[in-house]
Design a protein. Structure first.
Lengths: 273, 161, 264
């Protein structure tokens, strides 16, 4: 295992979280350093998105600590939380562009809301960010006029508008055609290296992630079951990792949802007995 | 939607709303309750106020000069005491009289004031000395019926002779 | 036996508890809106857009409905009044019923179904498409940026719309009474003016519509914000906005009327 020795930007220390009775995360520890792109992988409902919400401070851990740039998110008041969020940029699953604003106004939104920059400077910054994702030509369009991949890139431009230190990606590859998918992956890597951010990519797209990221955590039922660099993961003999990478329908993640014995449900046992 | 267009329409909307309110204020309604500083209070006692209501008009020669403010029962003398807010522009002499009248046969009841001839004027809080009560239609009808019945009996006895 | 009872109680109790929890959340939400209102009043352009959305776009339905309600009132009222030879009071009947009751109440019902449902759907969809969460992650409070302007837009629009409804209704009554049925124009207006009091009738109507504006706007933004982030969730919330608004408007109307016109 290779550890980047600079101070981690995001760190989970033995974090547990439960929605009422349902345990979502159990004793999760992980670190993401500056310049790193880390993937969190796992099946649907394995607590991946909860992880991002914990970093953003939208929910607080039941136990353990979530540190972002050295600050314990769980202990921050509302004002400090809002200050901390300025260091975060998040790309939502389907972009989450504001449908009543144009592409330009969407990217300008965080600048207008969070800074006192003059409009002329905002204009330049917006065009720079749009140029970075290759969509300067779409500035005047409305979100409804964009394709899924373009909307995702505009959202990316919006997320980096305030030059965040940590980028969070919630399922960035879902529902994209192969070309848009590759473009998005390339952008994530390039932006991370150019801006010197720490990136966390929550995904279940194995092939794209292995090519893209520096480190992978596997999450199942709220527990980190495996971790490692892409090469280690490819060579891993861990049954869960094998099932995930090879996309096998049955394995540690069972094909069947736990239920009463099949025969009993069909009433056969009752007939026998 | 351009910003300028939104501003234009919202402005127009505000103007239309204000116009509607102004229409309701000027054309539809009138300020009938008098402001406190422009009115003074007079009191009148009646044996029976009939159907007189709070806010009923007080008229003099058919012109509205005030409104009924409050109606209560005097617990000692068991008469109705009516408080009236009078327009400060109109003063009445001390021997003026107040009576409860009905506009039309079934109309609203109001207080009519007949001015007197005394030199001294009624001041705020004074009481009318001369009042006459409401004509209660039921009493009027029953009196009429009784007199008619008495008359009818007389007729029939005369016819029997 | 005990099980059946427990079952029964929990079946009655569960929706009740849910309702109370929801009401409590709504109260907390209302306070949050008030706390975050300065932004929407300082940056009035945000509220401006919502006045356009809730108010201007509702003008057509309000004006047309008001006109027809006034015309129907005049026709029906005339039928009754003419039997008592009191057809000259038609203006009074139309104006009083509109200014005191129909303007605020029907105006608010129309407002709830036209603008309230749209506000709920808009906020619900913003939530379902994670726009509100995105805003939060950009350190912009969605209650201040999205909810409060919509709330105030509705609150400001409602009394104006109710006044327009009443004015159009009275105009409709005038069209039928004077132009169609041939009543004397002078006595139509003068009787109306003599019988309708500005403070007691017109202003109380305006106060009523202001209350309705607060109620409908609060219900609309709350249902939108509280909607489950799915297609069914948003459509259910939209329906609930209209139904709850209608019930609250009518109940509130009773309470307010009892306060305002008692003993008069």
């Amino acid at each position: 295992m290779t550890f980047v020795m600079s101070a981690p930007l995001v760190e989970f220390r033995n974090v547990s979280f439960a929605y009422e009775e349902e345990i979502v995360l159990r004793d999760v520890s992980l670190t993401v350093a500056r310049g790193q792109v880390v993937a969190i992988m796992g099946g649907s409902g394995s607590g991946k998105t909860t992880l991002l919400k914990l970093i953003g401070g939208q929910i607080r851990p039941d136990s353990g600590e979530v540190l972002v740039d050295g600050e314990n998110v769980g202990n921050l008041g509302e004002r400090d939380l809002y200050r901390l969020r300025r260091k975060l940029g998040m790309l939502f699953q389907f972009g989450a562009l504001f449908t009543d604003l144009s592409v330009f106004d969407n990217v300008a939104f965080p600048l207008r809301e969070r800074t006192n920059l003059p409009e002329s400077m905002i204009r330049d910054l917006v065009l720079m960010k749009l140029q970075a994702v290759g969509l300067r030509g779409a500035a005047r369009l409305m979100p409804a006029e964009l394709s899924g991949g373009m909307a995702r890139r505009v959202a990316l431009a919006r997320a980096i508008a305030l030059d965040p230190r940590v980028m969070l990606y919630d399922e960035p590859f879902t529902g994209l055609d192969p070309i848009s998918l590759a473009t998005t992956g390339k952008l994530i890597r390039e932006l991370n290296d150019a801006l010197g951010t720490a990136s966390i990519v929550v995904t279940h797209d194995v092939a794209e992630s292995l090519a893209l990221v520096d480190y992978i955590y596997f999450l199942a039922d709220g527990v980190v079951v495996a971790q490692g660099s892409p090469d280690e993961v490819r060579a891993s003999e861990h049954p869960f990792v094998r099932q995930f990478i090879n996309a096998e329908p049955d394995g540690p993640v069972p094909f069947h949802k736990p239920a009463a014995p099949y025969a009993a449900d069909l009433g056969l046992e009752a007939a026998n007995g | 939607m351009k910003r300028g267009m939104i501003d234009f329409w919202v402005g127009l909307f505000a103007v239309a709303g204000a116009a509607a309110l102004l229409f309701l204020a000027l054309k539809v309604s009138s300020q009938s309750t008098l402001a406190v500083n422009q009115s003074y209070e007079l009191v009148a006692n009646f044996d029976n106020i009939g159907g007189l209501k709070v806010r009923a008009p007080i008229k003099s020669a058919g012109v509205v000069v005030g409104r009924v403010n409050a109606i209560e029962l005097d617990p000692q003398r068991y008469v109705a005491r009516v408080h009236m807010a009078m327009d400060a522009r109109y003063q009445y002499s001390r021997d003026s009289s107040a009576e409860i009248l009905t506009s039309g046969l079934l109309g609203e009841q109001y207080i009519g004031i007949t001015p007197g001839a005394d030199d001294k004027m009624l001041k705020s809080g004074d009481t009318f000395k001369i009042t006459s009560s409401a004509i209660v239609l039921e009493q009027l009808i029953s009196r009429f019926l009784f007199s008619k019945a008495e008359g009818g009996n007389k007729d029939s006895t005369e016819a029997g002779k | 036996m005990v099980n059946v009872l427990v079952n029964l109680f929990s079946r009655i109790g569960a929706p009740l508890t849910r309702g109370i929890v929801k009401l409590g959340f709504a109260c907390r939400f209302f306070i949050a809106i008030l706390r975050h209102s300065p932004v929407s009043l300082v940056r009035f352009r945000l509220t401006m857009r919502e006045i356009w959305f809730a108010g201007v776009l509702s003008v057509l339905i309000i004006v047309v409905s008001g006109l027809f309600v006034g015309m129907v009132l005049a026709l029906q009222g005339y039928e009754t009044l003419v039997r008592f030879g009191a057809s000259s009071s038609l203006g009074v009947l139309v104006a009083l019923s509109l200014v005191r009751e129909l303007g605020p109440v029907v105006g608010a019902l129309l407002f709830a179904s036209r603008a309230g449902s749209a506000i709920t759907a808009e906020i619900g969809l913003m939530k379902a498409t994670e726009q509100l969460a995105a805003m939060e992650m950009m350190a912009v409070n969605p209650v201040a940026r999205v909810v409060a302007p919509r709330f105030w837009g509705g609150v400001i629009s409602m009394p104006l719309l109710a006044a327009m409804f009443s004015a159009m209704g009275i105009f409709g009554g005038y069209l039928i009474g004077v132009q169609l049925l041939g009543l004397d124009e002078g006595s139509f207006w003068s009787q109306m003016q003599a019988a309708v009091d500005f403070r007691l009738d017109v202003m109380n109507g305006v106060i009523k519509s202001a209350f309705f504006g607060v109620a409908v706007s609060l219900i609309a933004v709350f249902e939108g914000y509280d909607a489950p982030p799915t297609a069914e969730g948003v459509s259910g919330a939209t329906t609930r906005t209209v139904v709850t608004s209608a019930l609250v408007i009518l109940a509130l109307d009773f309470v307010l009327t009892a306060f305002m016109f008692r003993g008069v």
